[in-house]
Write a protein that binds this ligand. Structure first.
Ligand code: NAP
Length: 269
């Protein structure tokens, strides 16, 4: 059992570990940021594991061991942290993966393991953007209005079906893996594609399909920002599903800053 030394950094308590600790790090992944951190840590002596939910059918290989599938709630995650003698937990999941982030906070507390989040900052509206903010997916559906529109839906494959409640619109749905369940609407086409995307290609896609509304999550990052730039250039409305308020985790924006926290908690990288 590691020696517990409580330190406060920002809003969260960190529990330092003794010199004898094996310096094991668990990264909750599924994002570009998790991959970047794993690649940096693979060049160190830390014992690093990345955890994936198993949603992506063919995830790209990582340079560290990977475990796949849910833990069984926060109790299961706490048990995993203890049984595997994890010294530090990094929540590098997607900003809209709220359940696992919630579990990470509670499990880390229960297992007395330090935790912080690595999360890309959200996109910011520029004066030329036509954004309508939506707090939830249902609010985004409502924001499309009653009149039929041609919608480019880019919110991932798991929740797209919720637009079935607005069957008056024509949809073009883009996702990495097939949308499941599919939308139950008369006019829907599916496009399988993986970023990063190019602004000119995004402009063509939107113009060729006469899109007049984009629905997306405020995911942040560069890989999928081209559609926002293309919408700006074409004057297309973007219904932007905003993130939930932060949950009190110390959060850093990139792998470099994450390495600094790891250095602080566990010693030099
Ligand atoms: P979620 O709703 O927050 O989590 C649902 C459940 O999935 C969790 O309670 C957990 O199951 C399991 N889970 C989630 N992430 C996991 C991980 N990294 N390792 C092990 N189990 C995990 O998550 P989600 O929105 O479905 O996203 C699933 C994964 O896809 C995340 O890892 C996220 O980084 C990635 N992702 C999500 C989005 C998005 O828009 N939500 C976009 C791109 C990538 P147990 O309770 O059984 O532990």
């Amino acid at each position: 059992m590691p020696m517990m030394v409580s330190q406060r950094i920002g809003a969260i308590a960190f529990f330092g570990v003794s010199d004898m600790a094996p310096h094991r790090i668990l990264i909750l992944g599924g994002t570009t940021e998790a991959r970047e951190l794993a690649e940096r840590l693979a060049q160190t002596t830390y014992d690093v594991t990345v955890s994936l939910a198993g949603r992506t059918l063919e995830p790209r290989p990582l340079p560290v061991p990977v475990r796949t599938g849910g833990f069984g709630g926060n109790e299961g995650l706490a048990r995993y942290l203890t049984e595997n003698r994890i010294d530090l937990l990094v929540d590098a999941t997607h900003p809209f993966a709220t359940q696992i982030s919630h579990n990470a906070v509670h499990a880390a507390s229960a297992a007395a393991v330090p935790v912080f989040a690595l999360c890309r900052p959200p996109w910011n509206r520029t004066p030329d953007d036509r954004w309508t903010a939506a707090a939830t997916i249902d609010a985004a559906v409502a924001a499309l209005g009653r009149n039929p529109r041609r919608v480019f839906l880019s919110i991932g494959r798991q929740e797209a079906y919720r637009f079935s409640t607005a069957p008056q619109h024509a949809y073009l749905v883009r996702s990495v893996d097939p949308v499941d369940p599919p939308l139950s609407v008369p006019d829907c086409r599916y496009l399988l594609s993986t970023g990063p995307f190019d602004v000119e290609a995004e402009r063509r896609l939107l113009a060729d399909n006469a899109i007049d509304a984009i629905v997306t999550k405020n995911s942040g990052g560069t890989a999928t920002y081209a559609k926002i730039e293309a919408a700006r250039a074409l004057g297309i409305e973007v219904i932007m599903i905003e993130r939930q308020p932060p949950q009190g985790l110390v959060t850093v924006a990139d792998a470099e800053a994450a390495l600094a926290i790891i250095d602080h908690c566990l010693g030099p990288v």
